[in-house]
Ligand binder design. Structure first.
Ligand SMILES: [Zn+2]
Length: 445
């Protein structure tokens, strides 16, 4: 694994040189996309630089598919499907020097393997079994529950970022819209049974609810035959209706979160709704991403004014949360060393946001960000794992291969006017919530 990554990195540097010399030339790869009769989509990204293949299978059932009072079920299932009775597969992968892992997001559960190309058939055999059946061993069920509770304790209960994130999401999104984080509430994780996980698997693990993404070196004809042989016979399922993720209400909420860990430092997050759905407009999504990257440049007009006028330690960041998670919200985060500085910064922001749309994005800054975005995309396309993940996230959100391949052009086409119009539209609204992370000792109203 390490050796492979090292050589990929060397290739990256050469490609960067190439891009700089020949201006925008793209790394060569070939994408073939086909759908089996049972609805399984297979996207093959051929790039024959090393004799390795990266296989990933994405199920459209992340934590937003957790049943009521069973938060954490998707993540628990990911753990069980990964470990349960898979020793044979694990041993095999280890023997051939392969690497494997899995993860759960709000939208998806993904399993992936990086293997020497001659071993890809074994991956097809095991991943198709994982789709068909789940076999949960009692001991493994309990020990994974322990591991998951430990994971919650590390990533949420004892991590100020994780804990505040959970508090924010559960306050602004209703429960059906995924308002609880991926890991789930502690008491609900404890109450999950084997039966719940079997039910989750039966409901969502279906060929018409999955996308396979292969990247790297492989024989395309063999892949088509293997996909048909191992996955083609699995019947499709009638899938339950999904709930669209929207903030729970239009009313402004002010949420205070006392952090036990952040000393005297204070943070204010202003949450704004985007005026469009990221699933419906990839072009606007790209333009907004670019516009916020311009705003995040150290010399951007908003950052400069907020920082100069206040305290140099004040940090300001804009983030788009995020087409990958379908929350369709923009967050302005102001972090200050003390509560008083935070109050000044918030006042300055209220004054500045009205001006932002008229001087927010300048052409010279926009051009620089567009260049950075194109170079970072070129890096991604050169690394078979990065490229596979890039396609996987976008495919799972319903974008087509053609749309994904036209993102380079979309970045090129973003204009100042488009950016400023979007910023004006977003920041002229009231935020849907203001979230303040304050020192735990803070008790003034
Ligand atoms: Zn986990």
């Amino acid at each position: 694994m390490n050796i492979t990554r090292l050589s990929v990195f060397t290739v990256k540097k050469i490609v960067l040189g190439f891009i700089l010399l020949f201006g925008g030339s793209q790394a060569k790869y070939n994408v073939v996309d086909f759908v089996l009769e049972n609805g399984l989509r297979v996207v093959c990204i051929e790039k024959k630089t090393s004799p390795i293949t990266f296989f990933s299978i994405w199920y459209r059932c992340g934590s937003k598919c957790d049943a009521i009072s069973k938060s954490g079920a998707a993540h628990y299932l990911e753990h069980m499907a990964f470990v349960a009775n898979k020793m044979e597969f694990s041993n095999f992968l280890e023997d051939v020097g392969a690497d494997k892992n899995a993860f759960t997001s709000i939208n998806a559960i993904c399993f992936h393997e990086l293997v020497p190309k001659e071993n890809i058939e074994t991956v097809f055999i095991h991943e198709s079994r994982r789709m068909i059946s789940l076999d949960i061993d009692d001991d493994a069920f309990l020990s994974e529950k322990g591991a998951i509770l430990e994971e919650r304790s590390t990533r949420v209960d004892n991590d100020p970022n994780g804990a505040s994130q959970e508090s924010l999401l559960s306050n602004i999104f209703n429960r059906e819209a995924g308002g609880i984080g991926i890991i789930g509430w502690k008491h609900e994780i404890q109450s999950i049974t084997k039966k719940d996980l079997y039910k989750f698997h039966r409901k969502w693990f279906a060929p018409n609810n999955a996308v396979v993404v292969l990247s790297g070196d492989f024989d395309l004809n063999q892949i088509k035959k293997m996909a048909e042989k191992y996955f083609g016979k699995i019947p499709p399922k009638k899938l339950p209706k999904r709930v669209k993720k929207t903030p729970s209400g239009p009313c402004l909420k002010e949420i205070k979160y006392g952090s036990p860990k952040n000393g005297s430092a204070s943070v204010a997050e202003y949450i704004y709704r985007t005026p469009f759905s990221s699933k419906e407009s990839l072009k606007k999504t790209i333009a907004l991403e670019v516009a916020l990257k311009v705003m995040n440049r150290p010399a951007s007009f908003v950052k400069k004014i907020l920082k100069d006028a206040l305290n140099h330690a004040t940090e300001v960041a804009f983030s788009y949360v995020d087409r990958l998670f379908q929350y369709d919200i923009v967050v302005l985060e102001i972090a200050s060393p003390s509560i008083d500085d935070l109050g000044d910064a918030e006042n300055a922001w209220r004054y500045l946001k009205n001006k932002l749309a008229y001087a927010g994005v300048l052409k010279s800054e926009l051009d620089a960000v567009k260049r950075q975005e194109l170079v970072s995309l070129a890096y991604k396309k050169d690394d078979i794992i990065e490229m596979s993940n890039y396609f996987g996230w976008l495919l799972i959100n319903g974008y087509s291969v053609d749309e994904i391949q036209s993102i380079d052009d979309m970045i090129q086409e973003v204009s100042e006017k488009e950016c400023n119009d979007l910023l004006r539209e977003i920041f002229s609204q009231d935020p849907i919530a203001i979230f303040r992370i304050l020192p735990k000792s803070y008790d003034r109203e």
